[in-house]
Design a protein around this ligand. Structure first.
Ligand code: PMP
Ligand code: GLN
Length: 380
């Protein structure tokens, strides 16, 4: 077996959801909403299944979806994309990440990673033979600093893996952070693989800024998105990649042998959904904001130390004030003894640098959040 896989555990999301299923715990761990997703979008997919959208679609994605992705990002982020040379559909953001890393990173290339990082990044970098260079972001603000970037970048830097809004910290990088990142990428001639799957889940009047729109970054950025997050349909696994034609040509080579295509019935439904009016997106943000505020208030009333959530449908608590020093042990006890599944944030660090933060998903019905809080009352 490839030692990269032999030596890594099953992803924490599967472990925690498995434990929640076994124990009947309230699952606030793995990130998925219990909202069924917009009915019209689901109906489009059902109609497409019945009406014959079931054979291999074009490798790069259905033209109608590629066009809808370009139009969506023009409308929301002001970027001009040519749908035929700069947009590709993948089987989830996960495939897009895998393809981008495998296609762009050569053995011996250095790749800058920001900790905490989504758990797929590091194994994929290692699989490509890349050498990870970590920047550890510090709570509570998780800002980029000139000193930290200067230590991580070198003439061997090929790529940077960036995630904004950031899962798991639920923070959004500031315009100054983005300018600093762009400055380093330009200076070291590095490509940024930008995981922007949470682009629409931003709170308190914030607006997402894509790396594609930053000065000098248009030709050195790979922007990744996911319909799973935009429509609360995480199981659909329809992802988008946007990049300049010279990068896209290489990304397409990886895509053709990873999955080749993505279910066309889902693609056509996503194309329809991307054209939804502003009201849909406003309602989504308003509903998630309400759940965030309800769960935050509940946790605070119980005495938990809540790290505020600016985006994504996660929030974190600091368990150090509870006298806890091991987030994994704490989460195991939480699920088995108290009936609540959560995610230990050390899973997002290469060497478990932080062990006192626990992540909850609040994209749940009020009853589910309240049931979770009732159980958590016994812990605090
Ligand atoms: N990147 C991040 C930061 C995520 O949070 C997720 C899933 N929640 C993904 C990638 C994977 O997205 P998909 O389900 O579209 O593969
Ligand atoms: N992205 C989701 C999360 O952060 C989980 C995705 C997965 O299960 N791999 O919870």
């Amino acid at each position: 077996m490839n030692p990269i896989f032999a030596n890594i555990p099953t992803t924490i999301f599967e472990v925690m959801s498995g434990l929640a299923r076994e124990t009947g715990a309230v699952n606030l761990g793995q990130g998925f909403p219990d909202d069924p997703g917009p009915e019209d979008v689901r109906r489009k997919a059902a109609d497409a299944v019945l009406n014959g959208y079931n054979q291999y679609p074009p490798m790069m994605g259905l033209p109608e979806l590629r066009g809808a992705i370009a139009a969506h990002y023009k409308r929301w982020q002001g970027v001009d994309l040519d749908p035929t040379s700069e947009v590709m559909v993948t089987s989830g953001a996960t495939e897009a990440l895998a393809g981008a890393i495998l296609a762009l990173v050569e053995p011996g290339d250095e790749v800058v990673l920001f900790e905490p990082m989504y758990d797929a990044y590091l194994p994929l970098v290692r699989l490509a033979g890349g050498i990870p260079k970590f920047v550890t972001l510090q709570p509570p603000h998780f800002r980029l600093t000139e000193e930290a970037l200067a230590k991580a970048f070198s003439p061997k830097t090929k790529a940077v893996l960036f995630n904004n809004p950031l899962n798991p910290t639920a923070t959004i990088f500031s315009p100054e952070d983005l300018a600093l990142l762009a400055d380093f990428c330009r200076r070291y001639d590095a490509i940024v693989i930008s995981d922007e799957v949470w682009e629409h889940v931003v709170f308190d009047g914030r607006r997402h800024q894509t790396v594609l729109g930053l000065p000098g970054m248009r030709d050195r950025s790979v922007k990744i998105g996911s319909a799973g997050k935009i429509f609360s349909l995480t199981g659909w696994k329809v992802g988008f990649v946007c990049a300049a034609p010279h990068l896209m040509k290489v990304l397409a080579k990886a895509h053709q042998f990873l999955t080749f295509t993505t279910a066309p019935n889902l693609q056509t439904a996503v194309a329809y959904g991307l054209g939804k009016d502003d009201g849909y997106f406003e309602t989504m943000r308003r509903d998630f904001t309400r759940s965030r505020d309800r769960f935050t208030a509940g946790l605070k009333t119980l005495g938990f130390d809540v790290i505020p959530s600016q985006g994504t449908y996660f929030l974190n608590i600091d368990i150090a004030p509870l006298g806890e020093t091991d987030d994994v042990a704490f989460c195991r006890r939480l699920v088995t003894d108290f009936g609540v599944a959560a995610i230990p944030v050390s899973a997002f660090y290469a060497e478990g640098a932080v062990k006192n933060v626990v992540r909850f998903c609040f994209a749940k019905k009020d009853e589910t959040l309240d049931a979770g809080l009732e159980r958590l009352a016994k812990v605090a």
